[in-house]
Design a protein around this ligand. Structure first.
Ligand SMILES: Cc1cc2nc3c(=O)[nH]c(=O)nc-3n(C[C@H](O)[C@H](O)[C@H](O)COP(=O)(O)OP(=O)(O)OC[C@H]3O[C@@H](n4cnc5c(N)ncnc54)[C@H](O)[C@@H]3O)c2cc1C
Length: 397
């Protein structure tokens, strides 16, 4: 069949974590692979991740660390190419790394090390990467080939892989391309929203807590679905820090969250004991031993804080303990995709094979990485999903 378009085996749209991993694996199998990206650089999110040090995986990866309408979907890929598989590659390239809290693995030097490693692997197996490429439209022709029209040229391929990520950080080139393409092929999309994102506060609360900007406190933050023990950071816009980012992925508009400012500690017991021991201090001077003064002033009314321990009632002690261990705050919303690390929702996994990442109803069409309705916790889980799903698709495209 004569055609005016060049032909290749595999086209991958998205030259970042998932797309590059898929390209490497397909290239190893001798497939001719072309990776297209609209950005002027590959792997921009890898470069900005983990504060520039890329939290590339985690020592402990479980399906429970992911959010999806199909909670079992991620299991197969995560077990076939797991954290140890990726770590072996990192070690092969002698990239120095270290472990932080909760098994999180970061580069010692720079996220560039991870991107360079992926690009070097792509080069080894002759993957072609085309940047600044605007894709205008895609059709599947009668020969079961995908035909891509870009601003520059037309190209045909047998296997088309969508690795265009989610909507977070539009400044970095995030687009709804993957979702639109899925819809073109009648694939369902689970509604999307910003995840791993700071909360904004209602006007009154914002004014009240803005003076706390910069204070970070180790807390337990929870709602009826999940709880995380990490730092909460007060900002001039609202609440951030790892505990808040984590719970934001489980939060629904209109809900309050619960914050325990002194987890594993019993404030009521401390106040009771000191009162019994005839300690003469004011309540605030006892609490500052445990929490920042500015925080105490904002949380608890002055009338209680200035009381002497010898004058405080049981009821008042309970009132203070309630505020410190069960502070309830109703966020106004989130900062949205502008600052979110991930996108919740996406291409419905029930339309995709969990083994191959191929779409059940459109042969040759694959979805990998964040564009799918799989969202990891903070801590290297999102990259591991990109590596695992990209690796799996790479075995079949
Ligand atoms: C600030 C920040 C820090 C993060 N830190 C971490 C971390 O330390 N650890 C961790 O696990 N996760 C982290 N994440 C999340 C992680 O970056 C993503 O989950 C991961 O990059 C998803 O990989 P992906 O390949 O699916 O998509 P992406 O990395 O988003 O890549 C998608 C690619 O598709 C391209 N693209 C988009 N639209 C089009 C189009 N229309 N045409 C052509 N190309 C297109 C983009 O240019 C991009 O190159 C962080 C995210 C952010 C925003």
């Amino acid at each position: 069949m004569k055609t005016d378009a060049a032909t290749t085996d595999v086209v991958i749209i998205g030259a970042s974590a998932a797309g590059l991993m898929c390209a490497i694996e397909a290239g190893k199998r001798g497939r001719r692979v072309l990776v297209l990206d609209s950005a002027n650089k590959a792997g921009k999110k890898i470069l900005m991740s983990g504060g520039g040090r890329c939290n590339f995986t985690n020592y402990s990866i479980e399906a429970e660390n992911y959010i999806s309408e199909n909670p079992h979907f991620c299991k197969s890929a995560l077990s076939r190419f797991n954290q140890w598989g990726f770590l072996a590659l990192v070690e092969q390239y002698k990239i120095p790394f270290h472990e932080r809290d909760h098994g999180q693995l970061f580069c010692n030097d720079s996220a560039k090390d991870i991107l360079h490693m992926l690009l070097a692997e792509c080069e080894k197996v002759q993957v072609t990467i085309q940047l600044n490429c605007k894709i205008q439209h895609i059709v599947k022709n009668s020969e079961h080939q995908f035909r891509l029209h870009t601003q520059q040229y037309k190209i045909q391929c047998q296997s088309l892989v969508i690795a265009t990520g989610g909507l977070s950080i539009p400044k970095m080139g995030a687009s709804a391309f993957g979702y639109q393409l899925a819809e073109q092929f009648y694939i369902n999309i689970i509604p999307t929203s910003a995840g791993l994102v700071p909360f904004t506060l209602q006007t009154g609360d914002k004014e009240k807590y803005a003076p706390l900007s910069g204070i970070a406190v180790p807390c337990t933050v929870s709602n009826s679905r999940q709880g995380f023990k990490e730092n909460v950071l007060f900002t001039h816009r609202g609440l951030s820090g790892p505990a808040i980012l984590q719970i934001s992925s489980y939060w629904r508009p209109g809900e309050a969250i619960n914050v325990d400012f002194l987890p594993d500690f019993d404030v009521a017991n401390m106040l009771n004991t000191k009162r019994a021991n005839k300690v003469m201090l004011q309540v605030k001077n006892v609490l500052v031993e445990r929490l920042p003064k500015r925080l105490i002033d904002a949380l608890i009314i002055q009338k209680l804080l200035v009381l002497s321990l010898q004058d405080i009632s049981n009821k008042q002690i309970d009132e203070i303990a309630q505020i410190i261990h069960h502070w309830k705050i109703k966020p106004n919303g989130t900062e949205g995709y502008r600052t979110a690390e991930v996108t919740l929702g996406g291409v419905d996994c029930s339309a995709i094979s969990s083994k191959t990442m191929q779409c059940n109803s459109v042969s040759g069409l694959y979805f990998i990485g964040e564009v799918l309705d799989i969202t990891g916790w903070l801590g290297g889980y999102n990259f591991q999903w990109a590596w695992s799903s990209g690796w799996c698709a790479g075995q079949y495209v």
